[in-house]
Design a protein around this ligand. Structure first.
Ligand SMILES: Cc1cc2nc3c(=O)[nH]c(=O)nc-3n(C[C@H](O)[C@H](O)[C@H](O)COP(=O)(O)OP(=O)(O)OC[C@H]3O[C@@H](n4cnc5c(N)ncnc54)[C@H](O)[C@@H]3O)c2cc1C
Length: 393
C-alpha cells in the first residue's frame, strides 16, 4: 500500500528494527537509504524467541513462513529450580487458542529482511558509521566517519541499537543504563528439550535457558556477572562447562559440542528510557529507543512492531510532524508496559539478590492459580498485552 505522501528517509542501523522499517517504508513508496556500520549484514547471536506479536508483523509482511520454516514451535515456558522443583509451566495457548511462539534462527530473520530490503529498492550503504545528524534548513544530513554527509533526508530513523551513539548525541547519555550482568550464549545440538523454552534457576545467581531452534539444535543462555568474565575464562573452559551442567544437567549434550570460549558470545544488556523518541524529524525506534534486558524475550518483537507502526503512519497525514506524533502515540503504551515489566522482573532472575530469588520461588508456582492471572501472564509473555487494536489486527 503506497503512502499518499512520499518522503526521503535515512535509516541508521540494519538490525531488526532498521531492516524491517527500511523494507516496509520503501515498499510504501518512500525513498529509503539504509546505513549500517558493519561491512557484512548479519545477526549477532544464534536464536531468538519470536512471539505471537512479532509473528503477526512478519505475517503481514508475507515473511512468516519463510522465517519459521525449520524453526521450532514453542508451546510453553517451563521454568524449574535447579533442585528440579517446577516454578511455572505457562502455555502460550493460555493467551488464546492456537497461540505459540517460535524458536527461530536470527539468520533466518535477517535473510528474510535482507531480501525485502533489496527487493523494495532500498539503497543500502554498509561500512558507514553514522555519528552525527545535521539539520540544514528543512533537510537532515547524516555525517559518517571520514565521509561527506549523506542526504538530504526529510526524516531520519535511528535504529542503531541499545548502545546508540546517535541517541546519546541527541538526548544525552542519562537515558541509558548498562546492567552489571549479561549472558553467555551459544548454540548446539540438544535432543532433550523440545517444544518449550526451558529455564533452570539457582537463586538469582544462575539462570540457564535452553531455547529449541528446530533441527535438534538449541540456543543456550547462561547468566553472567560482567565483572566475572575474565575470571571465568581464567578458570578454564572445562570448569565453565561443569558449572553449567551442575545447574542444568540436560544442557550436557550442547555444552559438550562446544570447543572453547570462542564458541560463546558474551554480551551485556541496557535499559533505555526516554520521555520522547523524537527530536524534530529524527525518530528513534527499536533498542535505540527502548532497550531492556531480554528476560521477557520481547526486544526483537518490539522492533518489528515499531517498524510496522512507522510504516502505517509515515506519509499518511497532513504533515510529517503529525505522522511522527501519531507513531509515538501508537507505540507508547505497549512499549512502556513491556519496558517497565521487564525492568521490574529482571532482578528476580539475575543480579544475585537472594531475597528476590526466594520471593520468586515461593510465589511464581502459585500466581497462575489465581483466577484470570494465568491468561494475563500468557498474554504478557506473548507480547500482545496492551497492543492497540491497530497494531494487533
Ligand atoms: C542474549 C539476548 C537474548 C535475546 N533474546 C531475545 C528473544 O528471545 N526475543 C526477542 O524478541 N528479543 C531478544 N533479544 C533482544 C533483541 O536481540 C533486540 O531487542 C533486537 O535485536 C533489537 O533490534 P534493533 O534493530 O533495535 O537493534 P540491533 O539489533 O542492535 O541493531 C542495531 C544495528 O545498528 C548498527 N549500528 C550501530 N551503530 C551504528 C552507527 N553509528 N552507524 C551505523 N550503524 C550502526 C549495528 O551494527 C546493528 O546492525 C535478546 C537480546 C539479547 C542480548
Amino acid at each position: 500500500m503506497n503512502a499518499p505522501q512520499s518522503y526521503r528517509v535515512g535509516v541508521v542501523g540494519f538490525g531488526i528494527a532498521g531492516g524491517a522499517a527500511a523494507a516496509l517504508l520503501a515498499g510504501a513508496g518512500h525513498q529509503v537509504t539504509l546505513i549500517e556500520r558493519a561491512e557484512t549484514i548479519g545477526p549477532v547471536g544464534a536464536g531468538l524467541l519470536l512471539q505471537p506479536s512479532g509473528q503477526a508483523v512478519l505475517g503481514r509482511m508475507g515473511a512468516l513462513d519463510e522465517v519459521t520454516a525449520g524453526a521450532e514451535r514453542i508451546e510453553a515456558l517451563h521454568a524449574v529450580q535447579h533442585t528440579g522443583r517446577s516454578l511455572i509451566y505457562l502455555p502460550f495457548a493460555a493467551a488464546g487458542d492456537g497461540m505459540a511462539a517460535y524458536g527461530i534462527r536470527r539468520s533466518a530473520l535477517f535473510d528474510a529482511l535482507t531480501r525485502r530490503v533489496h527487493n523494495s529498492g532500498v539503497t543500502t550503504l554498509t561500512a558507514r558509521i553514522a555519528h552525527q545528524i545535521l539539520e540544514v534548513g528543512d533537510d537532515l544530513w547524516i555525517r559518517c566517519e571520514d565521509d561527506d554527509p549523506l542526504g538530504p533526508y526529510d526524516v531520519v530513523v535511528v535504529a542503531d541499537g541499545a548502545r546508540s551513539a546517535l541517541r546519546d548525541s541527541l538526548f544525552g547519555t542519562r537515558h541509558s543504563r548498562a546492567y552489571p550482568f549479561g549472558v553467555a550464549w551459544a548454540a548446539g545440538p540438544c535432543s532433550t528439550v523440545r517444544g518449550e523454552l526451558y529455564q533452570v534457576t539457582r537463586g538469582t545467581r544462575n539462570l540457564v535457558g535452553l531455547l529449541p531452534l528446530g533441527g535438534g539444535q538449541c540456543n543456550l543462555f547462561w547468566s553472567i556477572d560482567l565483572s566475572e568474565i575474565e575470571a571465568t575464562k581464567a578458570r578454564g573452559f572445562e570448569q565453565w562447562k561443569a558449572e553449567v551442567i551442575a545447574v542444568c544437567p540436560i544442557a550436557e549434550e550442547l555444552v559438550a559440542s562446544l570447543a572453547g570460549f570462542q564458541d560463546i558470545v558474551f554480551g551485556g544488556y541496557h535499559r533505555v528510557s526516554l520521555k520522547s523518541w523524537r527530536k524534530g524529524s529524527v525518530l528513534l525506534i527499536g533498542d535505540a529507543a527502548h532497550a531492556t534486558s531480554p528476560h521477557l524475550g520481547q526486544g526483537a518483537n518490539l522492533a518489528l512492531l515499531d517498524a510496522e507502526a512507522l510504516f502505517s503512519c509515515l506519509g499518511r497525514s497532513e504533515s510529517l510532524e503529525a505522522d511522527l506524533d501519531r507513531y509515538i502515540k501508537l507505540r507508547r503504551r505497549h512499549t512502556r508496559f513491556y519496558s517497565a515489566v521487564t525492568h521490574l522482573m529482571t532482578p528476580f532472575f539475575q543480579g544475585g539478590h537472594p531475597v528476590l530469588g526466594h520471593l520468586r520461588d515461593s510465589s511464581l508456582p502459585y500466581l497462575p492459580l489465581v483466577p484470570g492471572v494465568r491468561r494475563q501472564m500468557a498474554r504478557i509473555m506473548s507480547g500482545v498485552f496492551c497492543l492497540s487494536h491497530i497494531e494487533h489486527r
